[in-house]
Design a protein around this ligand. Structure first.
Ligand SMILES: CC(C)(COP(=O)(O)OP(=O)(O)OC[C@H]1O[C@@H](n2cnc3c(N)ncnc32)[C@H](O)[C@@H]1OP(=O)(O)O)[C@@H](O)C(=O)NCCC(=O)NCCS
Length: 170
């Protein structure tokens, strides 16, 4: 994390300020009877890794507003390392889209595979639970710029879906 000297005049912060990494070793308590990691446990770790990036960007408390679609691409076994990398893709008024990419690493075979990717939206709050404004994000690398653009498209899809669900409820 960088200090406030890297903030630009508008208060915006570079994506690199929020980059986070978390590593877990899969233990029997994380697995099903076939020694494969439970999807729910991975979702929990994704939520935590995502929250770390959101905390780093907003420098305040956050709540998870939504988690987009997730695929589990390869099984993860007891004893494997699970590596989760997260960063804020884009920030809006009070919310931030965070991307989390998950890798499995086997330390005996030295193999590493992409397990899952997820997009989460976090809303910044103060200690009383009021929503608070978050600074904009500055994408610097080509990947960060691509994710920044794509985030706007996903936000539009989420909004359309939320409106559709609200219509169905009424
Ligand atoms: C998420 C939550 C804060 C949204 O609050 P709200 O008052 O209903 O929503 P608002 O319409 O004021 O929107 C606030 C922001 O959240 C975003 N948001 C709201 N619902 C969302 C959703 N389902 N997905 C993505 N973003 C969402 C809005 O786009 C808005 O972002 P912006 O300020 O950057 O434009 C509120 O529903 C909540 O506290 N939910 C429980 C969160 C929680 O406990 N999470 C842990 C899992 S149990």
């Amino acid at each position: 994390m960088t200090d406030d000297k890297t903030k630009d005049a508008s208060g915006a912060r570079p994506v690199r300020d929020s980059i986070s990494e978390m590593t877990e070793i899969v233990l029997p308590n994380d697995a099903n009877p076939l020694n494969a990691l439970l999807g729910g446990r991975l979702m929990h770790w994704i939520d935590l890794a995502g929250a770390m990036a959101a905390h780093r960007h907003s420098r305040t408390y956050v709540v998870t507003a939504s988690i987009d679609h997730m695929d589990f691409l390869v099984p993860v076994r007891v004893g494997d390392f699970v590596i989760l990398r997260s960063s804020v893709n884009r920030a809006y008024n009070t919310s931030m889209e965070v991307g989390v990419k998950v890798w499995v690493e086997n330390y005996r075979s030295l193999e590493s595979h992409h397990v899952s990717s997820a997009y989460l939206t976090f809303v910044a709050i103060d200690a009383a639970g009021n929503h608070i404004h978050v600074p904009p994000v500055i994408p610097e690398t080509e990947d960060e710029k691509r994710r920044y653009q794509d985030a706007a498209r996903r936000r539009e899809i989420r909004r359309t879906e939320t409106a559709r669900r609200n219509e169905v409820r009424t």
